[in-house]
Ligand binder design. Structure first.
Ligand SMILES: C[S@@+](CC[C@H](N)C(=O)[O-])C[C@H]1O[C@@H](n2cnc3c(N)ncnc32)[C@H](O)[C@@H]1O
Length: 216
């Protein structure tokens, strides 16, 4: 496919969230539809190691792909699995354990990992464990998690990671930091900026990093 690096997509959350969740977690379906159509074919396996409320898995299934995923939060995992046809493919676990789950080889990974600000103590990858606090530990863990991916992905498969820079008192350049840690294992091929049509006035765009599983 031609490498596009700028797109406008509608910001619309089409699926109601469960009663136990606050707003703001879900990725708009339009983004998943675009990348799943562009990078996969019907019948292929689509994997999300940070499944959240399952948008990537629902969209993949609706589009005739076979969804697989991991979600550390049991309430979310149960809620999503309960609505998937392939409900046994969503496992409640730490994404760092993906190699031990027994997944088949994936054709594509598409995910939005949990974000952390430089100024935060709470490390979302360790559910806020105070012994694992801090941004550098977060980045080190993210690197470790993404380094597991080649073991469960087909060679040259795309890995699409949605991420945002986080403005604030201390600016967090999460996009560049993710490129740096994920790029240690798989090769960055493109960065697509998505301009949101609609949605919140303070959230006008997002980034999708496209890596390729070039690991041997
Ligand atoms: C940004 S959300 C994903 C949202 C998703 N794209 C959606 O549309 O619902 C990131 C998810 O990663 C999960 N998570 C955090 N640490 C994790 C870990 N170590 N392993 C697996 N999942 C984790 C969080 O519970 C959260 O649901």
């Amino acid at each position: 496919m031609t490498a596009t690096n700028f797109l406008t997509l509608p910001y619309r959350i089409e699926r109601a969230r469960p009663h136990f969740e606050e707003d703001g977690l879900q990725t708009p379906e339009s983004l998943l539809r675009h990348f799943i159509a562009a990078y996969t074919k019907k019948g292929q396996r689509v994997f999300d190691p940070f499944a959240g409320l399952g948008t990537s898995l629902f969209v993949a299934e609706e589009m005739g792909r076979i969804p697989f995923g991991i979600e550390a939060d049991e309430n979310r995992q149960q809620w999503v699995a309960g609505q998937l046809e392939n409900w046994t493919h969503l496992v409640c676990a730490d994404a760092a354990k993906m190699k031990t789950i027994g997944f088949p080889k994936m054709d594509c990974c598409i995910t939005c990992p949990p974000f952390m600000r430089k100024s935060d103590r709470w490390n979302p990858l360790y559910a806020g464990n105070p012994d694992k606090a801090g941004y550098q530990i977060y980045l080190k863990r993210m690197k470790f998690i993404f380094a597991q991916l080649p073991a469960i992905m087909k060679r040259n498969a795309p890995i699409i990671v949605q991420v945002d820079n986080l403005p604030g008192k201390t600016y967090t350049p999460l996009v560049a930091d993710m490129i740096s840690v994920i790029g240690k294992t798989v090769r960055l091929e493109n960065e697509v900026i998505i301009a949101w049509d609609g949605g919140r006035a303070d959230y006008r765009h997002t980034h999708c990093l496209i890596f390729k599983n070039t690991a041997p």
